[in-house]
Design a protein around this ligand. Sequence first.
Ligand code: ATP
Length: 271
Amino acid sequence: PSAMREVMVQMPNIGWDDIGGLDEARDRLREGVELPLKHPGSFKRLGIRPAKGFLLYGPPGTGKTLLAKAAARESQANFIATKSSDLLSKWYGESEQQIARLFARARQVAPTVIFIDELDSLVPARGGGLGEPQVTERVVNTILAEMDGLEELQNVVVIGATNRPNLIDPALLRPGRFDELIYVGPPDTAGRRRILAIHTEGMPLAKDVDLQLMARNTERFTGADLEDLVRRAGLTALRRGLDEAQVTMSDFQTALEETRASVTEEMLDDY
Ligand code: ATP
């Protein structure tokens, strides 16, 4: 049973406006990915070497995948998403082939953003990763060789993501590899307000709904937590009756009682 997977090229429909908070991460991806992919000539003229690899790190559900998709979309680049568990095959040589296919396809449809999620699982099993030591080492080396082989201005950038940055193989972080580290944390109050606005866009809200107050009462909620909160508020309204026309503040309050921040203080200490 081969684990070889088709390399799927996407054109994401997520833009910077669909992401709340994370202004600093967005600005760094704009400058690091969007600018060089859209204006390679300007970089060449000035002799600037754009970065090839970015590492987004932070707790789950904070918007790392969204950021990578928006970076591709706003650069008018193609997007190829994979995760390291897809690249780990116990069949000899298969991981290398899969990675080679991934990068070949990316070059073929360039400009391209390659997104590799779960980059931390590329450590040997005894280190908390998924694979056999020899397999993960070969996978890491193959990815590094492919990245080293990406010529500057070749219009392919790689964005990796992890929830556990301290497990990342240091070889991946050397210059010319994933050398731009970008923290993606839980949003602040203004970010939460914006995320609530984004996720209630298609929802008829009663006049008493105060998203600012909800934002203040949802400390440490991630974007994914807030999306869940909005969904639950909608379901609470629906429970009142199937032709309920609006979601009220009390629906949000009920939803808030059912929900908790997925990120704890202690988790944040790790970043
Ligand atoms: P993981 O580490 O688990 O892969 P992630 O950081 O990649 O998580 P996403 O997959 O980008 O998180 O986010 C999950 C969902 O949560 C998104 O599809 C989106 O609906 C919502 N979300 C997360 N962060 C934001 C944000 N900053 N703005 C708007 N929506 C968000």
